[in-house]
Design a protein around this ligand. Structure first.
Ligand code: SF4
Ligand code: MG
Length: 321
């Protein structure tokens, strides 16, 4: 099987309590998404904040309990695994977050921070662990002298390198990168993206790369899934998505990227209005409250994600007929 990961009809609802009568409400953070990730590729997931992309990333790793659905990793449904199977799987599936500083213990030296996952998983002898840490710090573009320092002594970009080293030390096959460059300056962003690409080639890694920024996702992804209010509205290769976007929401995201030649982006759509609350999902197509093409059918019937050919999937009543 080409696919390292298959996500099927994944649903994640949160229950929230609010109001004077403590009413229970359901927030539909992820509302039935399905996709595959091929071995060695990068699948980008893009969408505005609150679209459910981070919740999807965490639920796929079972850091959050799913409401419904399946996640098949290397042929096995991870939601049916025993605790022991899941513990072993954790080494293979890692996640790196946006704010590197927040996820590092400020009182631990960098060497200890990188070594910690090996200790937790009881891997290797003490001496072996130290050798591994010395190797991996070089791999991420730092050096041995950095191991004796504390996280606060590093820049944001360097701290993200430390987090990458911590994820890599377990020799994973699959990494979810959740807004990993969003807090960094643009020049540092491209350094980290280039590092991630090098590591992917070197270690045969597969990534899910989550970002609100389509121009960032573009630089690392092979394919992109566009999410809106907990659903995937378009999924295609980079070339298809940028040269032949179909869904009005994707077009709106593309319109927001400054282009040197305005002719390139012929159909510009400027998004108006706020993202509706996922506690109160619009009927039919969830984008209809902001879509310039909205017609009667759009608020009545939910469009399905359909293939237009060329492994290009879109969910839109008008654009798919
Ligand atoms: Fe717009 Fe209708 Fe397509 Fe939804 S289904 S994206 S409202 S045209
Ligand atoms: Mg690649």
């Amino acid at each position: 099987d080409d696919n390292i990961l298959k996500v099927k009809d994944l649903v994640k609802y949160f229950t929230v309590t609010s109001g004077i009568f403590s009413e229970e409400d359901s927030v539909k953070a992820v509302n039935g998404i399905s996709f595959n990730v091929k071995r060695g590729e990068t699948l980008g997931i893009v969408g505005e904040s609150g679209c459910g992309k981070s919740t999807a990333g965490r639920t796929i790793l079972k850091l959050l309990e799913p409401t419904e659905g399946k996640v098949i990793f290397n042929g096995k449904n991870i939601y049916e695994m025993t605790d022991e199977e899941l513990r072993r799987l954790r080494r293979n599936m890692q996640i790196i977050f946006q704010d590197p500083f927040a996820s590092l213990n400020p009182r631990m030296k960098v060497g200890e921070l990188i070594k910690e996952p090996l200790r937790v998983h009881g891997i290797e002898s003490k001496k072996e662990r130290i050798n591994k840490v010395k190797d991996i710090i070089e791999v991420v573009g730092l050096n041995e002298s950095h191991l004796n320092k504390y996280p606060h002594e590093f820049s944001g970009g360097q701290r993200q390198r430390i987090c990458i080293a911590r994820a890599l030390i377990l020799n994973p096959k699959f990494i979810v990168c959740d807004e990993v460059v969003s807090a960094l300056d643009v020049s540092i962003q491209s350094q980290i993206i280039n590092l991630l690409k090098d590591l992917q080639d070197q270690f045969g890694l597969t990534y899910i790369f989550i970002s609100h920024d389509l121009s960032v996702v573009k630089h690392i992804s092979d394919r992109i899934a566009v999410m809106y209010l907990g659903e995937i509205v378009e999924l295609a290769s980079i070339d298809e998505l940028f040269n032949n976007p179909v869904h009005p929401y994707t077009k709106a995201l593309l319109s927001a990227i400054p282009v040197p030649d305005p002719e390139v982006n012929k159909e510009r759509i400027i998004l108006e209005g706020d993202v509706p609350s996922s506690r109160n999902m619009p009927s039919g197509c969830s984008f209809h409250t902001r879509c310039p093409y909205n017609e009667e059918i759009c608020s009545l019937e939910k469009p399905k994600l359909k293939e237009k050919g060329n492994e290009h999937f879109v969910s839109c009543h008008l654009k798919c007929s």
